[in-house]
Design a protein around this ligand. Structure first.
Ligand SMILES: NC(=O)c1ccc[n+]([C@@H]2O[C@H](COP(=O)([O-])OP(=O)(O)OC[C@H]3O[C@@H](n4cnc5c(N)ncnc54)[C@H](OP(=O)(O)O)[C@@H]3O)[C@@H](O)[C@H]2O)c1
Length: 345
């Protein structure tokens, strides 16, 4: 088998404390597409370091791990071959896939229904189709955000967070955001947030109590711990706290808390706490994509990427660790290959 007939992917071989320890890069034979299938050469993949780490630990409740398993969620690339009966794609089309096991691989041969046709195979359309869609669904569907409301957002400088902030601002909402460190806070402020709390130098609960007491119509939290507590305590009447993650619980927790039951925080306010799991909300994805693409094309939403360039499938491991370090801002991506036009032939 020549090199040209193979591609590489990251496979979880063993349950381990970290993604790097659990995975291997494996070389696989190129698969010609069967009937109804397409073969996509991926150019970029998006990285979800917290999810990947939980997968390596077999700690994602809704994913059953049968070893070995391929990894990664989102990737974007160019269609190179189509199988018999394919109607939605022709070679040269840009295609994105956003389902677990389709992300960390240089190529993907699968049914055409596993892909969505997008205008270009760029990092921007990758981020919009995955993390952008998550932000849209979390805020507009689960959060049921209405124009003019006050919204709190944690991890606001991150991949998900920077979309949440922009989408809330676009709805004419006041945004109070939380992020770690002056650089991230300046970035979030530049996206239009009214107030950015640097939790490394300010107490989130105290700031909210002083400046936004009982004023949060919607709060989207992916961090948990004291930030979740402060958001919950300051919900407005009819407020909605959207729980999309618990990053601070990653290491050996969940934290056990001794506090009054949540009923006491919500019933007097007719407030609610709502779980958000994007994988269960697929019916909302097409409309979310359509609106996000249009906002991007008209320059109303910006897609920001973390500064370091991670290149090649081996770059995924460093990218996962960068996300876990808490130092990234914007979406973390890995460039898997150069676009076809820039290949010297
Ligand atoms: N439920 C869903 O369907 C769904 C979909 C997409 C993403 N998510 C979740 O949303 C969160 C954001 O995802 P993302 O990929 O966009 O990541 P990200 O926000 O770009 O990066 C994670 C950020 O979380 C904050 N953080 C707080 N405690 C942390 C900890 N113990 N370890 C690592 N980071 C910590 C850090 O920012 P600060 O220090 O500035 O707070 C860090 O930069 C993740 O928890 C992810 O699992 C959920």
């Amino acid at each position: 088998m020549s090199e040209a007939e193979t591609y590489r992917a990251i496979r979880l071989e063993r349950i381990a404390p970290s993604f790097r320890e659990g995975c291997e890069i494996v070389k696989l034979p190129r698969l010609a597409p069967g009937p109804g299938e397409i073969r996509v050469r991926n150019l970029h993949c998006g990285v979800n370091g917290i999810f990947d780490t939980q997968i390596a630990r077999d700690a994602v409740d809704y994913v059953k791990i049968a070893l070995p398993t391929f990894t990664g969620v989102e990737a974007i690339g160019v269609v190179e071959e189509v199988g018999e009966g394919v109607t939605g794609f022709v070679p040269g089309d840009a295609a994105v896939s956003v389902r677990f096991t389709g992300g960390y691989r240089e190529e993907n041969t699968a049914p055409e229904s596993a892909f969505v046709k997008v205008p270009e195979a760029t990092r921007e359309y990758l981020a919009l189709s995955s993390t952008g869609v998550s932000a849209h669904v979390a805020l507009y569907h689960i959060g049921a955000l209405r124009p003019g409301e006050t919204v709190a957002i944690s991890a606001a400088a991150g991949g998900l967070g920077h979309f949440l902030v922009q989408l809330a601002v676009l709805r004419g909402c006041r945004v109070v955001a939380v992020a770690g460190g002056p650089e991230k806070c300046a970035f979030v402020k530049s996206l239009g947030a009214e107030r950015v709390i640097d939790y490394k130098s300010e107490d989130v609960a105290q700031v909210l109590d002083a400046e936004y007491r009982d004023a949060l119509d919607v709060a989207v939290d992916t961090v948990s711990g004291s930030i979740y507590d402060a958001f919950l305590a300051n919900l407005a009447n009819h407020g909605r706290l959207v729980v999309g993650g618990a990053a601070s619980d990653l290491e050996g927790k969940p934290e056990i808390v001794n506090a009054p039951r949540i009923a006491h925080a919500i019933y007097y306010k007719s407030a609610s706490v709502r779980g958000f799991m994007n994988g269960l909300l697929t019916e909302h994805w097409p409309a979310a994509r359509e609106e996000l693409f249009s906002l991007y094309q008209s320059g109303k939403i910006a897609v920001r990427f973390d500064a370091p360039d991670f290149v090649g499938i081996e770059g995924v491991f460093d990218a996962v660790e960068r996300l876990l370090s808490g130092r990234s801002s914007g979406k973390v991506v890995v460039d898997l290959a150069a676009p076809p036009s820039s290949n010297p032939e």
